[in-house]
Design a protein around this ligand. Structure first.
Ligand SMILES: C[S@@+](CC[C@H](N)C(=O)[O-])C[C@H]1O[C@@H](n2cnc3c(N)ncnc32)[C@H](O)[C@@H]1O
Length: 223
């Protein structure tokens, strides 16, 4: 039942050490070695894609391929992960902090830690989601959505590639397109795009691509 997928029994609590271990020991079956093709194609070629503006957060950025792509396209990007090993890899592959691309070790659900790093309410122009949402305990999905809504400025966007599969267990935890649409609507975001993704790698069939907006007009010039 779709409702069970959004609210299944609690999984293990978030544990950065377990993710560190996965990176160290090669237990990283999610790794594509490149930005996810549907996101790269959308950002590079789709006229509906958001333009560079306010800061963009990539939560659970892992090795940082999407963060680096956004920086290459002119966005000001913060790649966030609570795994130090992930960020070591991101720096090795895409370079250290520099204007336009920074790496932050923090827990997405630690509001105080985010605030201390400058991620306060309405501080972001955008959020890009790729395989962080399916990695967290599904019990945390509403908190994830609330965090995104909390951080986005008026007019800010969420671009996400969501793996919609119905296999039991995880990570990667499955999702249902209808439930995801409802989740973002309940978080107060307005849906602009929600469609079956094109160009997914073979092992990720069932991906959906979405773009949502925080209601309201930007309160300051984004550029
Ligand atoms: C499946 S990996 C995906 C990495 C990257 N997005 C990619 O597609 O290659 C999930 C990532 O989310 C990170 N993560 C999980 N929970 C997190 C949390 N609460 N705060 C920050 N990062 C988290 C993990 O450390 C891991 O790097």
């Amino acid at each position: 039942m779709p409702t069970q997928r959004l609210n299944p029994p609690a999984a293990k609590p978030a544990d950065p050490q377990r993710w560190d271990q996965r990176y160290r020991e090669g237990g990283d079956g999610w790794e594509l070695g490149q930005p996810a093709p549907p996101l790269a194609t959308f950002l590079r070629h789709d006229p509906r894609a958001p333009a560079p503006g306010g800061p963009v957060l990539v939560p659970g950025c892992g090795r940082g391929h999407e963060a680096a792509l956004l920086a290459e396209l002119g966005f000001s990007v913060l790649g966030l992960d609570f795994s130090g090993e992930a960020l070591n890899e991101a720096r090795r592959l895409h370079g250290p902090d520099r204007p336009g691309l920074r790496w932050l070790q923090a827990d997405l659900f630690d509001r105080g830690g985010l605030e201390a790093a400058g991620l306060g309410p309405g501080s972001l122009g955008g959020v890009l989601e790729h395989t962080c949402f399916c990695a967290i305990d599904p019990q945390q999905r509403r908190a994830y959505a609330a965090t995104v809504a909390h951080l986005l400025q008026p007019g800010g966007w969420l671009l996400g590639l969501f793996w919609c599969h119905a296999r039991p267990g995880g990570p990667p935890w499955g999702s249902d397109p209808g439930e995801l649409s409802a989740l973002w609507r309940q978080a107060g975001l307005v849906e602009e795009i929600w469609e079956s993704a094109t160009g997914s790698v073979a092992q990720r069939t069932g991906e959906w691509l979405g773009l949502w907006r925080q209601p309201g007009r930007p309160t300051h010039n984004e550029s």
